[in-house]
Ligand binder design. Sequence first.
Ligand code: ADP
Ligand code: MG
Length: 730
Amino acid sequence: MATLRFLALKELLNRKPMYIDELGRLTSDYFGKNVFDKAKMKKYLSKEAYNHVMEANDKGTRIDRKMAEQIASGMKSWAIANGATHYTHWFHPLTDGTAEKHDAFIDIDKDGGVVEAFSGKLLVQQEPDASSFPSGGIRNTFEARGYTAWDVSSPAFIVGTTLCLPTVFVSYTGEALDYKMPLLKALSAVDKAAVDVCQYFDKSVTKVNSNLGWEQEYFLVDEALFMARPDLMLTDRTLMGHSSSKDQQLEDHYFSSIPERVIAYMEDFEHEAYILGIPVKTRHNEVAPNQFEVAPIFEEANLANDHNQLIMDVMKRIARKHNFRILFHEKPFKGINGSGKHNNWSLSTDTGVNLLSPGKNPRTNMQFLTFLLNVMKAVYENQDLLLASILSASNMHRLGANEAPPSIISIFLGNELSRVLNELEETVPDKKMTPDQKTSIKLNIGKIPEILLDNTDRNRTSPFAFTGNRFEYRAVGSTANCASALIVLNTVVAAQLKKFKVEVDSLIEKGVKKDEAILQTLKRYIKETKNIRFDGNGYSPEWVEEAARRGLYNVSNVPDAVKAYLKEKSIKVFKDNGIFNEKELEARVEVELEKFTKKIQIESRVLGDLAINHIVPTAVRYMNTLILNVQGLKDVFKDEADYNELVADRLDLIRQTSFHIQNIKNKVHDMIEARKVANKVDDMPEKAHLYDTTVRPYLDDIRSHVDKLELIVDDEMWPLPKYRELLFAR
Ligand code: ADP
Ligand code: MG
């Protein structure tokens, strides 16, 4: 009998790589073709309208009504000339992924004919009937009118035949319902705070950008095999599956040559990324079989994040053209590497200086050390928030689980930079410096660039690593909207920079020279942040113990982690910096808890169904063939003395199979009962806690019995594609 699994494998044999057309064009010839960028705005907008958009972008001013009409008209002409028939406000609700609702450009004119229309009003603001998005209770059905408003800082683009306008999504009463609105606020807060601190070093700085270079990891699975795995279809991860005899032990996949079918896929989605102005640059095989990575050139954080969300969509779509399915899940396969999304983050000025890059002289290096230590201090004091911003039902499988980094935030600096900090700590006096001390400290600070250039050592196990000219926030999950992490990071850094300014200014007021005031404050920060510095192996069990001794925060489950948002100090930091009010924070926590609960609920249901409907019947059938065999042997050898010995192994197999079947049945039953209890609870934190502690453990427990059966049951009967097929067939 042909099971779905064997049909899928047969289908796979027919797969061929599909090449994109050879266009014979340079990437730079068509890069950004579908983006309404500055050059196109210049062409399609009046000078006045163009300047108006630029000003709104630079200074955050509002687009006025009259100008909006002009801009909409120019944008429409460009969009229609490029094949667009529809437009949409494109936004980032608190679900996974982005949202869009397309409207055609058509309208009925006064003579009853159809014309192409797009008004300024529709460009700037819309009220989608979006009452089904999670809002954590901010919008009850009476005030369900969330509206979307154009984010001028991220250019409009065309996907297929639709003009997409990046927008924020807010409630009628002004609360953010999305990721973009608070991100923009956090970026503006860090801009302002950083510009103020830059004045100590360079008065000409008027703007500081926060930059993001994401590295997106993903798995590819053949579509036919994917379709034969209901768990992948419904939960994006395998809820069962014994490990393959060979997986990543030989580390022969990492950076090896990219398979033909995969490279064809990569070329195809990269081509589309370039048309959309996404500067993807790096592609390679990752550590696990069938795992890959794509990374762009870094950009301003808001734009970079839009690009990440957009490319995830593009990658999903193009994968299907190549008969692949893409898995962004943090842990689609047990026992091998999961996927992350490193967030490479830095701050840079409008004078062209990277504030996290060592400079060429003592002055610029003091600026570098100032920003470095302020980031370290902000991270140290807000470990709980940083973790809360990245933990999710799926990222929980990576952090704090086996074969992955722990859910402890620490900072890697590398030997050389650590030595620079240690030296500063020792040499900077708490009182007025002597001329000799000044000279020697200056000399030391001046040396940093040479040291760091040679210092390419990396620590892959650190969740927050300094890598020469940026920090890499590595704990972010591959499914995440980076905004969640960036909102927290930029907010706490902004708050810390403000604090630093106050502290240094107060020393200056007391008569301490500026440079000395800065150095004294930095020295104190070096002392205060020691506990978060860790250059060793972050994956080792010793580190978990050591971190506990240092008093570092370690929480690896969503229900406990998200509580950090509602601590008094967190509410204060978000409020003081104008990012979230208390109501918005409560709503966000509610949404996170609900997402978590629902995901575990879905996984639990899918596992229950699969175990009872796929696995148990298969195991019973196999057991029956064993029983028939034993009965047959009894007939044939009934007169032989060693009869019992002859069938002993089969009886043992029957017993083992039966044992696992019984366990599966009982445990699925108990898991359903645990769900029933949890479902009766209305209090969201308690419900999430119950799902985490009473339902979630069954997922592993039941799985272990299924995986044992996979090793016993006849391969021809096994209904689901196995790990060796999912991971190696391509
Ligand atoms: P690796 O895997 O060695 O960390 P990749 O080349 O895969 O390096 O990714 C590095 C990412 O960091 C890229 O997106 C790159 O553009 C980005 N990046 C480089 N410099 C900076 C910077 N100063 N600020 C932010 N991101 C940066
Ligand atoms: Mg990296």
